[in-house]
Design a protein around this ligand. Sequence first.
Ligand code: ZN
Length: 108
Amino acid sequence: MARSIVDIAVAAATKGNASRIVRVNVLAGQLRGIIPAQLIFCFGLMSENTIASGAHLNLEITPLIGRCRKCEEDFPVEDYSYFCPRCQGQDIDIVSGTELRVRDIEAE
Ligand SMILES: [Zn+2]
């Protein structure tokens, strides 16, 4: 996981002709069960000897949001209870909370 974040960040920085990555902003869904300290530690190891070495990894945890297919209500999912609070429907799409992506990077 940390490896792919480093790869994506390095690829983006190289494309933009940057020589050093200062900061990597990552969106991590709540459902991913990420332990920030652990990911930041692994990122530090994986980025050694790359242009991302020493970069700050900023993690933004996105909450788990469901959308009811019946009434189209968006609502936060808590304790894995996939029920629409408005109509009690159980036909739910997950619209946020499962992603893991590099939102952007700051490089120089
Ligand atoms: Zn509903």
